[in-house]
Write a protein that binds this ligand. Structure first.
Ligand SMILES: [Zn+2]
Length: 119
């Protein structure tokens, strides 16, 4: 474990930084390890006092994953766009609404939207 750097938000200097583990000696015998802030040198004698950053990071990654799924399943309004309508016709030159016989954009919104069946 010696030399391993662990991410912390230092409770002493407030820096987004690391602690370094250093052996703690009493006389000539090693009695444990101190965690030392590399930014300000503050010594955490008890590892339970070290403000590790690990937990915060994990929750950030979870938050990134979840909203994407929620957006896909809950955002029904988006599917009323012409792009998803069965009257929406695409050819190399234009995008048209077959119902209203006029040019449309894929992102147009229509009251007479009918979902295109896709399997
Ligand atoms: Zn510090």
């Amino acid at each position: 474990m010696a030399g391993q750097l662990l991410e912390i938000i230092c409770s002493q200097c407030g820096a987004d930084t690391f602690v370094r583990r250093e052996p703690r000696y009493e006389g000539f015998s090693k009695v444990g390890e101190n965690c030392v802030c590399v930014a300000c040198g503050h010594v955490y004698e008890n590892e339970n006092d070290v403000p590790f950053k690990k937990k915060q990071q994990v929750s950030v990654f979870d938050a990134d994953d979840v909203p994407v799924k929620i957006e896909i399943f809950k955002d029904n309004e988006r599917h009323r766009n012409c792009r998803y309508c069965k009257h929406y016709l695409v050819n190399p030159f234009t995008q048209r609404c077959g119902l209203h016989d006029k040019p449309v954009a894929a992102t147009d919104y229509c009251d007479e939207f009918e979902l295109k069946q896709t399997e």
